[in-house]
Design a protein around this ligand. Structure first.
Ligand SMILES: Cc1cc2nc3c(=O)[nH]c(=O)nc-3n(C[C@H](O)[C@H](O)[C@H](O)COP(=O)(O)OP(=O)(O)OC[C@H]3O[C@@H](n4cnc5c(N)ncnc54)[C@H](O)[C@@H]3O)c2cc1C
Ligand code: SF4
Length: 510
């Protein structure tokens, strides 16, 4: 019985049971497909990184004795359609059946389901053996409930996998150290530099250019900095454990004008293409903390584990519980176009400029830059969530719809009306200044709401609250801010709203 198995670009899981043994009757296919590289305008580092990791993984399987078909982007035989390439192989080599791992994206899931009848051989979907929950676990846990609270999901996961537990209680008695994770980088603190690789991928880059793919951002293809093999992913993670974890939780929400990744792991790209799996990352972090408790406090490791065991799995569950409707949600009916400076970083708003330029340069921004700078601005300015989604899906090396859309449309834009978050993540300049030093280097004045140098975040913040009173004023987590607004004089309120209106009409010029 001859079997053809397909491996997608984000399914490079060397530990998958498929690869436990070599069977001459089982063959594998990899495909670099043009429409997959162009359904959003991706960052060049994302395309180069995925193709390079696919090619390396294909070579590795081949060296182990597996039979591989590899459709590279410029191969003449490549029809740039999953179905056409698979059908071609099934016919030429007379396969008896076709198997694939569950795709993470709804779009691909639908595409693979749709092609099944036309392949004329039995088709089987298997687990990708990566996640710690099934697609439906989150939906089942919250069945019948309006809100899907991450914290209760996270606690359940801690118990289920016995992570940071002491019997049935959290180790040291507390589940969550989030409130200890809110420190700014002190002025004289020397941030540990990030671990960067120097992969020579200029051949992959040349292929992409020859294929004429659209892309955004910069790449140094001769010194490609992201991990492209499992060994490199583990090396990056070990560097995180040894050098960054001691400060991870503490500075998790901090931002810095001259430091792009601070104490973050930068493991998301490797995780999302499955070079490493979440459980091994979590267990290694816990074990590392246990043997280094004199230098790493529980708050640091709990903060890290919560992101992966909690947020990452939870977001995937939300995605499968609410797609495809989720992709059209627009609670505030926002419709403005994304300003051009999101593609160039050319704006007088220093925080936006820094975060966008950094994203174009590295294909990376850490969570608070994504949430409280670019995302916050889009929400305050009323940008169409479709445009916001397309930007986030394109610009980050780790962006795959299942985790991008729930974070963008849900957590950041509150376009889901509160499925993911209990309130919109919005702030004026106060928060951005509290967590970083962008405001110190800005053309605008963070303390001013109205006038020539008034920081746009300030008036837009109040304008957002004012225009959405009917949707937000009764939210217990927002009511305090409405009480603050009510205390402003009518003249002040009018001036702030006029300032915001002016900024909104000149959005491109900010
Ligand atoms: C608007 C917006 C869009 C985002 N888009 C993506 C995306 O496309 N892909 C993506 O992987 N993450 C996304 N995130 C979540 C988060 O910002 C990134 O996972 C993180 O910045 C990746 O960098 P890191 O590996 O250094 O993370 P660290 O800060 O070191 O965290 C460790 C890991 O925890 C996981 N994690 C942390 N926060 C989240 C979260 N909110 N949701 C899911 N997993 C999380 C990631 O796997 C991450 O690698 C987005 C967040 C926002 C606010
Ligand atoms: S002053 Fe306003 S625009 Fe400038 S960096 Fe601070 S928050 Fe951003």
């Amino acid at each position: 019985m001859k079997i053809l198995r397909c491996i997608l670009g984000d399914q490079l899981n060397e530990k998958h049971p498929w690869f436990n043994s070599v069977d001459p009757n089982v063959h594998y296919v990899f495909m670099e497909i043009k429409p997959e590289s162009e359904y959003a305008t991706h960052h060049i580092q994302k395309i180069v990184g995925i193709f390079a990791a696919m090619r390396a993984f294909g070579k590795r399987l081949e060296n182990q004795g597996h039979t591989i078909y590899y459709y590279a982007i410029n191969d003449a035989a490549n029809q740039h359609s999953f179905e056409a390439n698979i059908s071609q192989l099934v016919q030429i080599y007379d396969f008896d059946s076709f198997e694939y791992m569950e795709p993470d994206e709804y779009r691909l899931d639908a595409l693979f389901l749709d092609m099944q009848d036309r392949l004329h051989v039995p088709v089987k979907m298997v687990s990708s053996a990566h996640f710690m929950t099934s697609r439906t676990d989150v939906a089942q846990q919250f069945e019948g409930k309006k809100r899907f609270l991450m914290e209760s999901f996270y606690r359940k996961m801690r118990k289920k996998y016995t992570i940071l537990m002491d019997g049935d209680q959290p180790v040291s008695g507390k589940w969550n150290y989030d409130h200890e994770n809110r420190k700014k980088i002190p002025v004289k603190h020397n941030v540990t530099p990030p671990k960067l690789f120097s992969n020579d991928l200029h051949d992959v880059f040349e292929d992409i250019k020859d294929a004429g793919l659209n892309y955004i951002g910069d790449v140094d293809a001769s010194h490609f900095l992201w991990p492209i093999t499992r060994e490199q992913a583990l090396e990056l993670f070990q560097y995180f454990l040894d050098h960054l974890l001691p400060y991870f939780g503490m500075y998790q929400d901090a931002m810095h004008q001259f430091e792009w990744s601070l104490y973050h792991s930068r493991i998301s790209f490797a995780l999302n293409i499955k070079l490493v799996d979440p459980e091994e990352v979590i267990r290694r972090a816990e074990a590392h903390w246990l043997s280094n408790q004199e230098t790493i406090s529980l708050a640091q490791v709990e903060g890290f584990i919560r992101q992966i065991l909690g947020w990452r799995e939870y977001m995937r569950g939300i995605y499968w519980a609410h797609m495809p409707e989720y992709a059209d949600l627009n609670y505030f009916e926002h419709a403005r176009a994304l300003p051009d400076y999101f593609w160039t970083g050319e704006t007088k708003m220093n925080c936006i400029s820094q975060c966008v330029k950094q994203s174009l340069r590295y294909g990376y921004a850490h969570h608070i830059q994504r949430l409280m700078v670019t995302g916050n601005f889009c929400l305050l300015a009323g940008i169409d969530p479709n445009e916001v989604d397309a930007w986030y899906l394109g610009i980050y090396v780790d962006a795959f719809e299942w985790v991008e859309i729930t974070n963008t449309r849900g957590m950041s834009q509150f376009a889901d009306g509160g499925i993911v978050g209990t309130k919109p993540y919005v702030s004026s300049a106060g928060y951005i200044h509290k967590m970083g030093n962008y405001c110190t280097h800005c053309n605008y004045d963070r303390k001013v709401k109205v006038g020539e140098h008034a920081c746009p975040f300030n008036s837009l913040y109040w304008h957002f609250l004012f225009r959405n009173q009917d949707k937000l004023a009764r939210n217990p987590r927002m009511s305090m801010m409405y009480r603050v607004w009510d205390k402003f004089s009518t003249d002040d309120q009018t001036a702030i709203l006029e300032q915001a209106e002016q900024y909104l009409t000149q959005l491109e010029d900010l």
